[in-house]
Design a protein around this ligand. Structure first.
Ligand code: SF4
Length: 417
């Protein structure tokens, strides 16, 4: 049952099928729940470093990792190394293991029945169930599973099949919109994915060949309403919980159990070997290789159990990370730009870095006051890849300089820069 992927070729890269970017091969490595051991992160950074000056590890907006600049003759070596590191448990399912989980679950006092170990366990059970079902290899690389905590931290990512904790061990599960007991969450999410595949096949059969590809639930002709009703199967519909947007702490804070956790921003998501080594060493435990880390969808890495709270912020700064709670890096994103993308009209990452170094989110010509908490996304062309969910200031390179405007609005300013 592969129609969801095949109807229009799904070009999402993986560790086995790379995207050919202007700066070399681009591999994407799925990290269900953003979970990775410190030693594994360091090993990937070492591998990227061995690719030469274009090699890099990047954090993605779904809490996965990308390796850039993979030389043409080293694709199979990359796949072998990723498998050795335990990050390729299924060759058939590697691109569909898209599971985002609340990265601060259990760490900021909002456990709500989904503390860190509980959510990690659900992530692993969902990943196992996903990889064990041959049909689910037919999902597109864009279909997203979401496991939230009571803070609603990942609600903005608009997963296709997702669960949010309620009270007393119950969970709300979408898109069905039903309440289930904790042990039923994984089965309910997998059933949603199977139901989506059936609905996608039906829609593909009845639609014109040039119709919109059906990669996600919202791509179904009715937006997924029929799928939700089918999945409810007569059970009462329960209103979706709408928690206020969850905190995304940066820096060091005290966990509800009295220990310390920390998070460091990775500027524009590009992680150096020094940064990976610092994060692995910051975790609590005798062996940095075994330290558990969480990659967030917001280009940061969480150290759930911190060894030395006082040293984290300065050590992060020395390693090219930023753990200052007010850092502008929490508010700025950018696409690949030059030289990584052949379509780019500017080196947006360098330009964004220059702006942040000058204390701004936008080009100098557009330095009007921004509302508190405003975010900015820099793009090398009008495709605006990687733009964040929610509102943000849109900075788009054109042939004559950058255009700066609010997302969804007409450009208000234009200038060479
Ligand atoms: S927005 Fe344009 S320049 Fe940036 S990555 Fe996408 S296609 Fe390339």
């Amino acid at each position: 049952m592969a129609a969801a992927r095949d109807r229009v070729t799904d070009r999402c890269p993986g560790a086995l099928v790379l995207h050919e970017a202007a700066d070399g091969g681009l591999a994407r490595i799925r990290l269900p729940g953003g979970l990775i051991a410190g030693g594994t992160l360091v090993a990937l950074a070492e591998l990227a470093e061995s690719f030469g000056p274009r090699g890099a590890v990047e954090l993605t907006s779904r809490g996965n990792l990308q390796l850039r600049g993979v030389p043409a003759g080293r694709h199979s070596e990359l796949a072998d190394r990723v498998a050795e590191l335990g990050l390729l448990p299924s060759a058939t399912h590697e691109r569909v293991r898209n599971i985002v989980a609340a990265p601060f679950a259990g760490l900021v006092g909002t456990a709500g029945g989904a503390g860190d170990s509980a959510l990690d366990g659900l992530v692993r059970a969902l990943d196992l169930g996903l990889c064990a079902d041959p049909d689910l290899a037919g999902l597109s690389g864009r279909f997203l599973f979401g496991l939230d905590d009571a803070s609603g931290a990942v609600a903005a990512l608009e997963a296709d099949a997702w669960a949010v904790p309620l009270d007393a061990g119950r969970w709300w599960v979408g898109p069905a919109g039903v309440a289930v007991d904790g042990p039923d969450v994984v089965g309910e999410l997998l059933a949603a994915a199977r139901g989506f595949l059936r609905a996608a096949v039906d829609a593909a059969v009845s639609a014109a060949p040039a119709g919109h590809p059906i990669w996600r639930v919202r791509d179904l002709p009715d937006g997924g309403a029929g799928l939700a009703a089918e999945l409810r199967a007569g059970r009462p519909e329960v209103a979706r919980p709408e928690p206020p947007p969850g905190r995304r702490p940066v820096g060091v804070w005290r966990r509800p159990d009295g220990g310390h956790a920390a998070a460091a921003l990775v500027p524009l998501g590009r992680l150096s070997r020094a940064g990976a080594e610092m994060l692995a060493a910051a975790g609590q435990g005798m062996d940095p290789a075994a330290v558990s880390l969480r990659v967030t969808p917001w280009r940061s890495v969480v150290v759930p159990r911190l060894a030395d709270p006082a040293s984290f912020v300065p050590a992060a700064r020395r390693a090219g990370l930023d753990a200052e709670p007010q850092s502008l890096w929490a508010l700025v994103t950018a696409c690949a730009g030059r030289p990584g993308c052949a379509s780019a009209l500017a080196d947006v990452r360098a330009d964004a870095a220059d702006a942040v170094a000058a204390g701004r989110l936008t080009p100098a010509f557009a330095a009007r006051p921004l509302p508190p908490g405003a975010r900015a996304h820099w793009s090398g062309c009008a495709r605006r890849c990687g733009r964040p969910a929610g509102s943000y200031v849109d900075i788009v390179a054109g042939p004559d300089g950058y255009l700066v405007h609010a997302a969804g609005a007409e450009p208000k300013e234009s200038s060479r820069w």
